[in-house]
Write a protein that binds this ligand. Structure first.
Ligand SMILES: Cc1ncc(COP(=O)(O)O)c(C=O)c1O
Length: 431
């Protein structure tokens, strides 16, 4: 199987036309690498999929919030969907205009609400009656009016991993579709509040488009019901969630996705907004690590030249391929059992088998489990594909490990460091 944009040239791995070996030699490992051309291409494809239907892209900053990535996305005319004061700060630093920023999330603090209102963002997405009242009170104290959009929980199943499904009634997100009309009536009665739209976000890594259709139909019924109360709503935010291909999932084409949304929504006077994250940056980034040690069956074979035993043979020890990246650098496999395809540099036959693991002191510190592997040798590069979304943004300093550097390959092929590798001094700053 082959993930887009990878190729071997004379046994050496290239990604997006750049030599991974050279990048590792120049910037060290572990290393995140992103591609400007890939990001721009995905934005262009999503935008053209909606054709003449007005649909604004509000990139979901949580997927990858590097300032240089935000600048690319903002330069392409997109807005931003944020979930914290820190993300708002980043967006403003990257030059996004406040009128192109929307604020989601179930637990906005009073300080964050004040910051957002003061900045003049497009709207705050409301996720509970208590939050609506808090926003109204703060806006009134500030002598301002806060634009809001209610996030509805439509109770539809996006058929994705339970941790990233957000539109079922058992999830903490949004307001039950049954309570939506009454919450808009409350909103319209509060002096500091101006309702402007409605939204939903049902989950992430969605490959079955029927859930978008179902949620869209529910949302439109609600928009009509709210409008019937004399409250005019201008926009519908259909969230993010479009899935990508990590293994052999069939990622829906942007055109199919747009068609489902446009058909289910109708109402041409309603401005469409959506907040993709993963589908823009997921396959626009990789994580490059270096193999430190082999341990177990393959190591023994290496030493004795014996034949490989697969780990599913109860009598054979399994092989651990230990690399210099850990769960603190890329959490997704540990958190969601997520699949990332693994490439070697140099090119090796797929004759190994076992776990690709990191140095962190947790058995959950793995990138691949019981998987066919390139016949790695110590010192090779182990490259994790599809690491551009929810990679660096979820990275931590666990085990006092400095976070990796981030490099961006510009559209003209130049590589540029866009975040320095952290130092030991960075680890203790503020303590
Ligand atoms: C409100 C909202 N919009 C958009 C997204 C982005 O989702 P994705 O990266 O799957 O497109 C999220 C992710 O959790 C979200 O909470």
């Amino acid at each position: 199987m082959k993930i887009e944009s990878f190729a071997y040239k004379n046994g050496s791995l290239e990604w997006q036309g750049a030599s991974v070996r050279q990048l590792a030699a120049e910037y060290g490992t572990p290393l995140y690498v992103y591609s400007e051309a890939a990001i721009l291409d995905r934005i262009a494809r999503l935008r053209s999929a909606f054709g003449s239907r007005r649909a604004g892209i509000y990139y979901s900053v949580k997927a990858n919030s590097n300032l240089s990535v935000l600048r690319i996305i903002s330069g392409a005319g997109c807005g931003a969907d944020i979930v914290s004061g820190g993300e708002l700060f980043r967006c403003l630093k990257a030059g996004l205009t406040p009128e192109k920023i929307v604020f989601s999330g179930v637990g906005k603090s009073a300080d964050e609400i004040r910051y957002a209102i003061n900045t003049g963002i497009l709207f705050l997405s409301v996720e509970s009656p208590a939050e609506l009242e808090a926003i109204g009170k703060i806006a009134q104290e500030m002598g301002k009016t806060a634009r809001i959009s209610v996030r509805v929980n439509p109770d539809v199943d996006p058929k994705t991993h339970p941790y990233i499904s957000t539109g079922l009634k058992e999830n903490k997100f949004g307001i039950s579709h049954r309570e939506v009309v009454s919450i808009y009536k409350l909103a319209a009665s509060l002096p500091g509040i101006q309702p402007t739209g409605l939204g939903f976000h049902i989950g992430s890594q969605i490959t079955d488009l029927s859930a978008f259709k179902e949620a869209g139909q529910i949302a439109v019924r609600l928009v009509n019901a709210v409008r019937a109360e004399g409250i005019n709503l201008h926009h519908l935010d259909v969230g993010g969630g479009l899935g990508i291909s990590y293994l052999d999932e069939k990622a829906p084409a942007p055109e199919e996705y747009a068609r489902q949304i446009i058909d289910s929504v109708g109402l041409p006077d309603l401005e469409l907004m959506f907040d993709p994250g993963r589908s823009i940056v997921g396959n626009s980034g990789i994580l490059v690590s270096r193999l430190l040690y082999l341990k177990g069956a393959e190591a023994a074979r290496d030493a004795k030249g014996a034949s490989i035993q697969r780990a599913d043979d109860a009598n054979s020890p399994k092989t651990f391929y230990i690399c210099d990246a850990g769960m603190n650098d890329l959490l997704r496999p540990s958190l969601y059992d997520a699949y990332h395809h693994v490439y070697s540099d140099p090119e090796r036959p797929l004759s190994g088998f076992g776990d690709l693991v990191g140095p962190v002191c947790e058995s959950g510190d793995f990138f691949a489990k019981d998987r066919a592997m390139p016949a790695f040798k110590a010192g090779d590069l182990a490259v994790l594909a599809s690491a551009g979304a929810y990679g660096f943004t979820m990275a931590s300093n666990y085990n006092s490990r400095p976070r990796p550097a981030e490099v961006l390959i510009r559209s003209d092929g130049r590589a540029e460091i866009v975040r320095k590798r952290e130092s030991f001094e960075d680890l203790i700053r503020g303590e």
